[in-house]
Design a binder for this molecule. Structure first.
Ligand SMILES: CC(C)(COP(=O)(O)OP(=O)(O)OC[C@H]1O[C@@H](n2cnc3c(N)ncnc32)[C@H](O)[C@@H]1OP(=O)(O)O)[C@@H](O)C(=O)NCCC(=O)NCCS
Length: 170
């Protein structure tokens, strides 16, 4: 079945909730949201409505199979920075969906003039590191032992960033 991509909309809550709740324990372990808490998902949608979260989703047969989010903040001192997060369902990995989602969010971030983009992941999340390396991100920091993984083992937290290299003011 073909994969389609579109923006995440404020009324996509059921679609997003179904996707997040379908993820394996390992995958939803690393989300910043408690997927079983309806209010948490509602806050996510509220952020989409307010523009603080910009999302692109991948759909197969009407079901969401992946997302990539850009989180922006209007506070003056961090208004040039965006954080990216993403996930693709295990059954649909390895077909380029992650690469396309991340590429679309990267273009949106650039078109909005964001100067610094960053993404954080556990050191074992190797595919994500490849996706962002391919977009020109580099490892900005390695925080030793900052992650307790789903098996209770300690891992490093990898922070990757991309700098547009532009001097700007907005
Ligand atoms: C990261 C993730 C979104 C990638 O999704 P995907 O649809 O499988 O990605 P793609 O098929 O586009 O593959 C992306 C690249 O990763 C590479 N890759 C895939 N699995 C890999 C692995 N286990 N180790 C190293 N590289 C891997 C692919 O070869 C591809 O590289 P290429 O474009 O140079 O060929 C997916 O693995 C995922 O959801 N992981 C769990 C959540 C996560 O890690 N999120 C990131 C933190 S925000």
């Amino acid at each position: 079945m073909p994969v389609t991509f579109r923006s995440l909309r404020p009324d996509d809550k059921p679609l997003l909730a179904d996707f997040l709740r379908s993820l394996s324990r390992k995958d939803n372990y690393y989300l910043l949201a408690d997927v079983n808490n309806d209010q948490t998902i509602q806050r996510w949608m509220d952020n989409v409505a307010s523009g603080q979260t910009v999302g692109v989703i991948a759909l197969v047969g009407g079901h969401m199979v992946g997302y990539c989010n850009l989180k922006i903040n209007n506070l003056p001192w961090v208004r040039h920075v965006g954080e990216i997060r993403m996930s693709v369902s295990a059954a649909h990995r390895g077909h380029g969906i992650g690469r396309i989602l991340a590429g679309k969010i990267f273009s949106i971030a650039r078109s909005r003039g964001l100067q610094k983009l960053w993404v954080r992941m556990a050191s074992s999340q190797e595919a994500a590191q490849v996706v962002f390396q391919n977009l020109g991100f580099h490892t900005e920091a390695l925080l030793s032992g900052f992650v307790k993984n789903e098996n209770g083992l300690t891992e490093d937290l990898v922070i990757m960033s991309h700098d547009s290299g532009e001097l700007w003011s907005f």
